[in-house]
Ligand binder design. Structure first.
Ligand code: COA
Length: 132
């Protein structure tokens, strides 16, 4: 995705709160939890686009820029960057809004990635996406 550190790219797909149970050994938020939020966010968009079930087939270029802290509001934004016959690519960004005792801090981008999804039928086989 193109570099833009002022404004999230795409639509808000998911918003949640980073909790103590999601921390790693350093006390920051675990990267695997952030990846899970990204996957959920991308799947929401992929399901909307393909009008049905999807699976994640691969992930590209995941970059963690700065740590996320307990209590941060975690927002996943995304946009579809490619639609193939049965697959889609979704460019995703995670932004956090720190909530401090003295007010709401500036939001910042903490992670970006591209997730690839495949539309599937009831038997789990690739299903053609209707692009109309
Ligand atoms: C995703 C899956 C259905 C694809 O089945 P498949 O028989 O390999 O399908 P195909 O080879 O026909 O490829 C289907 C599409 O996936 C794309 N694809 C396959 N491997 C890919 C990869 N590593 N990265 C990106 N796209 C990929 C193909 O290019 C094709 O896209 P297109 O139709 O738009 O041209 C199958 O591999 C699967 O079920 N994987 C497990 C998914 C899963 O459990 N995910 C985790 C939980 S959601």
């Amino acid at each position: 995705m193109s570099e833009n550190n002022n404004c999230p790219r795409g639509q808000l797909l998911l918003r949640t709160l980073a909790m103590p149970a999601d921390t790693n050994a350093n006390g920051d938020i675990f990267g695997g939890w952030i990846m899970s939020q990204l996957d959920l966010a991308g799947a929401i968009l992929a399901k909307e686009i393909s009008h049905g079930r999807v699976v994640t087939v691969s992930v590209q270029e995941i970059v963690f820029k700065t740590p996320v802290s307990v209590g941060d509001v975690v927002c996943c934004y995304g946009e579809c960057t490619r639609i193939g016959r049965t697959s889609m690519s979704v460019g995703l960004e995670v932004w956090v809004k720190p909530v401090a005792t003295d007010g709401v801090g500036n939001r910042r981008k903490v992670c970006e990635a591209t997730f690839n999804y495949v539309a599937i039928d009831g038997d789990g086989r690739p299903r053609a996406i209707n692009k109309s």
